[in-house]
Design a protein around this ligand. Structure first.
Ligand code: PLP
Length: 351
């Protein structure tokens, strides 16, 4: 006999990308930034420690929201801290949104292939899923905007494809959807455009962001969502009171303040992505043009599992993605130039 709810008993649980404890792997499997975070982030965390940790943090993470509101003032006219909610990573934001909008037995919609956490969160919540396949051009058809869902998640740029729908397309989806749309922009700092400007025009649009990838802070756990104040107020009822701690609020605020560091890292990743994509194609890989900090590819003669295993044996971790519907490939994070050179060298002997 199990004491667990039926849906918990039946589910498998999310499997994060491998985080090896020992050994010296070149880690290109979980889309972390290969470079360190800004020194100002480390200083801010140090200050938070020195101030003492005996008091609870600010439940509203106001310092961060005030700075973020300034940063996004051009994209979202009228934005104030009331338009922003912070989370313990943007995964926390996804959990909060699902709990806030989708009851047990209700339906959440998302695309396939996409971020596999959406399905796991739905299983925990005990809700139904309506999964809409991308078409051959990486677009989403009518089914994505049909009635019947209480919430839709859209990773844009998407993972593992690295593709992004144009903002006009997302606007059309948001306007046609009768329910809230959460645009998961975890990778958007590596993309050509973003959907923040849709928030001011559509009261059902939420845009979530992460500091894990483009700000090199996967270890800190900080993300946030931007939406109109009425939605933010409802989401705030669902979050844990102290979902962000004093160290992460201090570090994240310093991170978005250091524009110079951010731009330097982003420029480096974009340059490496371009070179890596060209060289992979030169080795015979089919690669989609990526709008993120990873490249999703397939080799006509080497299946993804074999590639993953052979690279792992050589000390390089990539992500072997097998998604429902037969989508498969290897997803390779854009590492530093040295890491990518090492990858390409191994691949030259394999392919
Ligand atoms: C990495 C990722 C996230 C979560 O990021 P955290 O801020 O580290 O929780 C959310 N969505 C997608 C699509 C991601 O790839």
């Amino acid at each position: 006999m199990s004491f667990f709810r039926e849906n918990i008993e039946a589910m498998e649980g999310y499997v994060p990308g491998e985080q090896p404890r020992g050994g010296k792997f070149i880690k290109l499997n979980t889309n972390e930034c290969p470079y360190p975070c800004s020194p100002k982030v480390r200083a801010a965390i140090g200050h938070a420690v020195q101030a003492g940790l005996q008091k609870y943090p600010d439940p509203g993470a106001f310092a961060f929201r005030a700075r973020a509101a300034e940063l996004f003032a051009d994209d979202v006219p009228g934005i104030s801290p009331e338009w922003i909610l912070c989370g313990n990573g943007s995964d926390d934001i996804l959990t909060i949104a699902l709990r806030a909008f989708v009851g047990e037995g209700d339906t959440v919609r998302f695309a396939n292939p996409s971020y596999s956490l959406y399905k796991t969160l739905a299983e925990i919540q005990g809700c139904q899923t309506d999964v809409v396949d991308y078409d051959a051009d990486w677009k989403l058809g009518e089914a994505f905007t049909a009635a019947g869902a209480r919430l839709a998640f859209l990773a844009n740029p998407n993972s593992p494809s690295g593709t992004a729908l144009p903002v006009e397309e997302v606007r059309r989806i948001a306007d046609a959807l009768p329910c809230p749309l959460l645009v998961d922009e975890a990778y958007v700092d590596f993309a050509e455009d973003n959907c923040l400007r849709l928030v001011a025009k559509n009261e059902r649009v939420m845009v979530s962001r992460s500091l894990s990838k483009s700000y090199a802070l996967a270890g800190l756990r900080f993300g946030f969502v931007v939406a109109q104040p009425s939605l933010i107020a409802g989401l705030a009822k669902v979050k844990d009171s102290y979902n962000c701690d004093a160290l992460s609020i201090g570090g994240a605020t310093a991170a978005i303040d250091d524009r110079g560091w951010f731009e330097t890292m982003r420029t480096a990743v974009l340059a490496t992505r371009l070179r890596m994509t060209d060289e992979l194609r030169g080795l015979g890989f089919d690669c989609l043009d990526s709008q993120a900090n990873f490249v999703w590819c397939n080799h006509p003669e080497h299946d993804p599992v074999t590639l993953y295993e052979r690279l792992k044996a050589e000390g390089i971790l990539v992500r072997n993605m097998a998604c429902p519907g037969g989508w498969s490939g290897v997803r390779i994070t854009v590492g530093s130039d040295e890491q990518i050179d090492a990858l390409l060298e191994r691949l030259r002997s394999i392919c």
